[in-house]
Design a binder for this molecule. Sequence first.
Ligand SMILES: *[C@@H]1O[C@H](CO)[C@@H](O)[C@H](O)[C@H]1NC(C)=O
Length: 353
Amino acid sequence: MLGPISLLYCLVALTFTDESVKEKEPIYIGKTALIIMDMQESFMFDGNAYIKGAENLVDAINDIRKYFSHLFDVVIFTQEQHPMLHVSFYPTYHCMRPGDIVELNYTLDGRLCRQHPNVPKWTIPDEHTVECDLEKGTHILVQQELYEPHNIERVLSGKYSSKIVSRLTTDCCNDVIVVRGQYHHLDSASAFYEKLNNVPTTLQSELKQRNIDTLFLVGIAIDLGIIQTVQYAISQLNYEVYVVHDATVPYKRERLPMCEFTIPKMGAHLICMNDLYNIRPKKNVKEEKDKADKCGKCGKCPEGDTDKAAKDAKDAKESKDAKDAKESKDAKDAKESKDAKGSKGAKGAKDEL
Ligand SMILES: *[C@@H]1O[C@H](CO)[C@@H](O)[C@H](O)[C@H]1NC(C)=O
């Protein structure tokens, strides 16, 4: 069912840990996002940029949603939407082939230098490019790998389709889609930014507004996209990161051992689907979801219910407040003089976050 190499890793991991998985102390996680990377039709069996084993991920990811939905506060899909003459496509250049690498110079503000030794005619629209004075040396040199055209924007069927595979379980009301790769002149790998860190995607703001502190990464591809996302999430943003190995595929199989070595070195947990049984949410995500579902589709409460729910909540809070106020008054009084001193510093620290 799974790609042979991923399967091998997780089988080996299991032979060593099988007994202890059940014995192990459960791992408690905080507010969590499941990030499903680039599960798009171009990468599937009929797609123009087929990645071996990609189609097997659909069942794996659906299983994760089915059996472990209590772990995730939000599910986020990344979706590449490349324009036709994208900088990462080999036909954008003359005489290039998939797998070739071209060197590109960018200005510090992220525009592409038009001069290129290998291409007689540059086909990327002018608004993203600029004539550079390369003698000055104030440019960023990027090694751009070239691919078969894939994930073309607004193409929703056929081998160039950027559509998210329809067999994947989705929850249209609550799932989030983060689009990337929509600039002609910039490629993207990390889910957080287009190549050159100064152009962010919407991912970080989606995570931040939900107070997410833990990420689970699955999808395409562990060596191209996922590994860059892990690196940035940990080193720049301090997330706790889990990569579910047997719910990913490599773009290039020969890079898999490098990923298996590097991802844990970066501080992420490289786990297998089976390990999810050992992970528990700190709070009950399912309870909160059920509560939200009672408010109807898409979290909007029906008119009558809103008032009732609000009233119940208010009543409950009022009686609790009254009780709390009594109980804590003495303690509070005693604390107040002390807090007055410390609170200014504490507030400052909070604001910085
Ligand atoms: C990029 O710029 C450097 C100088 O900064 C230059 O030596 C090199 O040839 C340029 N490469 C391309 C592909 O334009």
